[in-house]
Design a protein around this ligand. Structure first.
Ligand code: UFG
Length: 329
């Protein structure tokens, strides 16, 4: 029996593949490598280069590889880009997920773990945000993911597929053993950009708006270490395999940091100062969002091990240095 990981060559997917192979699981990675990397995939995993919306391919893999669970990461993930290219996001995130869910149902796969997002909440009315908060996504990205959650709920009710939809807050950091990290070219993620700037890969960086209704005027986010997030997927899989009900759960720590606090942390931990300007707001950005992790802790027994911004930044900096060495080879 094995686990199919779509998008297993990507940032979070590659951490999940290591998490699974470390636990002795058999893993098949399906990725079109449009943004992921084959070298980021743990060597024990089998790699298939293809599209998760290709139903004939996925059905064949499920039959040939004895796949009993799907962990679905493949998709597009940038809030700002989704505002400019909404139809691409609905294709990649919603339409292809529909195809994959249908193939799971027709092929008899019973367990499905889906990478959803805090963007389904938009700007919540109160903090921390729990799963029953109103769902008001402010970007096509958030809507494309919310529609997949809805399809999973309906498919689960009609066909008995059990699923976990994990709503990620701001994922950052890299594998504590240094085997993978965020390698995406032209990433727009704050921690990565600040680390790249600290290491001189960028001449400077900008804060996207400092006139938000927050204590220092910059946006507040709940930054979760990618290794804790991978462990949450492992916990979700264990829960489903043990016969647990479908679950929709936040993945965050329950505390927020402002953009300025993150940049200051990167400067302090790296020991490097770098130029930071203040630019206009970025379209689609909510001012503040912080998770309540109560449900995932209670229902899945998830216990974070790396809830520490300095540690997140340290691992991200280490990975950024490793990437520089790799790219100079
Ligand atoms: N930011 C800057 N300058 C930069 C980059 C980011 O000021 O150069 C700011 C953003 O405006 C935002 C914050 O830093 O206020 C975090 O931005 P990220 O791009 O790192 O992350 P987002 O909050 O936009 O989005 C991330 C994921 C989404 C997910 C969301 C959930 O990319 O997939 O978290 O909160 F939906």
């Amino acid at each position: 029996m094995s686990v199919l990981v779509t998008g297993g060559g990507g940032y979070i997917g590659s951490h999940m593949v290591w998490h699974l192979t470390d636990a002795g699981e058999e893993v098949v990675v399906l990725d079109d490598f449009s943004s992921g990397f084959e070298w980021a995939v743990a060597p024990e995993a089998r790699i298939v280069n293809g599209d998760c919306g290709d139903q004939a391919l996925v059905a064949r893999l499920i039959a040939e590889q004895g796949i009993e669970a799907i962990v679905h990461f493949a998709g597009s993930l940038l809030v700002g880009e989704s505002v400019a290219k909404p139809l691409a996001y609905y294709l990649n995130n919603t339409v292809k997920s529909r195809s994959l869910i249908e193939t799971a149902v027709t092929s008899g796969v019973k367990h499905f773990v889906f990478s959803s997002t805090a963007a389904v909440y938009g700007t919540p009315e109160s903090f921390p945000v729990s799963e029953d908060a109103p769902l008001r996504p402010e970007s096509p990205y958030g809507r494309s993911k919310l529609m997949t959650e809805m399809m999973l709920a309906d498919a689960s009710a009609a066909h008995g597929l059990r699923y976990a939809a994990l709503r990620y807050f701001n994922v950052a950091g890299a594998d504590p053993r240094g085997r993978t990290g965020e390698s995406t070219r032209d990433s727009t993620h704050l921690v990565k950009i600040a680390c790249e700037t600290a290491l001189g890969k960028r001449p400077g960086m900008a804060i996207f708006g400092d006139d938000y209704p927050t204590p220092d005027g910059t946006c507040i986010r709940d930054y979760i270490h990618v290794a804790d997030l991978a462990a949450a997927h492992g916990d979700a899989l264990r829960h489903l395999r043990a016969g647990g009900d479908s679950i929709i759960a936040n993945c965050g720590y329950g505390r927020g940091f402002s953009v300025r606090e993150v940049i200051d942390t990167v400067k302090r931990v790296s020991g490097r100062d770098f130029p930071v300007s203040v630019g206009p707001r970025r379209p689609g950005d909510p001012s503040a969002i912080v998770a309540s992790p109560a449900l995932i802790m209670d229902r899945l027994g998830w216990r974070p091990k790396y809830d520490n911004l300095d540690g997140i930044v340290e691992s991200a900096l280490r990975w950024e240095e490793a990437l520089s060495r790799r790219n100079h080879l």
